[in-house]
Design a protein around this ligand. Structure first.
Ligand SMILES: [Ca+2]
Ligand SMILES: [Ca+2]
Ligand SMILES: [Ca+2]
Length: 187
């Protein structure tokens, strides 16, 4: 019964107030659908005796607000294309960063989006020394065959060959591509 799902807003205002959508968006940051398409709220911050407000969860989950949950993180694939740096800025604005792949499972999950998209991998500071956007060195890699092949002309990582487990490619950072943000729920 997704349409009847109740959320609890932090702000006291009458229902139907023009700011309602803004309040819904505040709620939406805490709402996601899990892999079974069930609506979940990962934090209990809307309970208690605050004024109760109803937001239709589909408002929260329609593009471009849609976040997908997997193993402790929320993920959002863009609907527009940007350079790697612009993509990263967009993730920052959403309290997230570009995707960091920490496991074989997360690699498989990312491929399932079937999108040619930027991930949070770069060798811009030191050619050939690939790092994730959190500063950690890339240890396990999933480069496509013959990648990375771009030398100093290709310093940003993407998922390109998504039908294979080894899907990564290095690319010129100034190319415009889709991108994927990851927001860790528990630091
Ligand atoms: Ca991750
Ligand atoms: Ca490079
Ligand atoms: Ca390449």
């Amino acid at each position: 019964m997704i349409d009847d799902f109740d959320l609890y807003a932090n702000v006291e205002r009458p229902a139907g107030h023009p700011d309602r959508m803004e309040r819904c968006r505040q709620c939406c940051g805490h709402v996601y659908k899990d892999s079974n398409q069930e609506v979940k709220t990962p934090q209990a911050s809307f309970s208690g005796n605050q004024h109760r407000e109803r937001c239709v969860v589909d408002d929260c989950l329609s593009p471009p607000q849609k976040w997908v949950y997997f193993s402790g993180s929320l993920y959002q694939v863009s609907s527009t294309k940007k350079t790697w740096n612009q993509s990263r800025s967009d993730c920052f604005q959403k309290g997230a960063d570009l995707l960091i792949i920490n496991s074989k499972e997360e690699q498989a999950f990312a491929n399932r989006f079937q999108k040619y998209m930027w991930i949070g991998l770069t060798d811009v500071t030191n050619e050939g020394s690939w790092k994730w956007v959190d500063g950690t060195a890339m240890s396990t890699s999933y480069w496509s065959s013959k990648e990375p092949n771009g030398g100093k002309g290709e310093n940003c990582g993407d998922i390109k060959n998504f039908n294979a487990e080894k899907s990564w490619n290095d690319e010129s950072c100034s190319l415009s591509l889709l991108w994927i943000c990851e927001k860790k729920l528990y630091q």
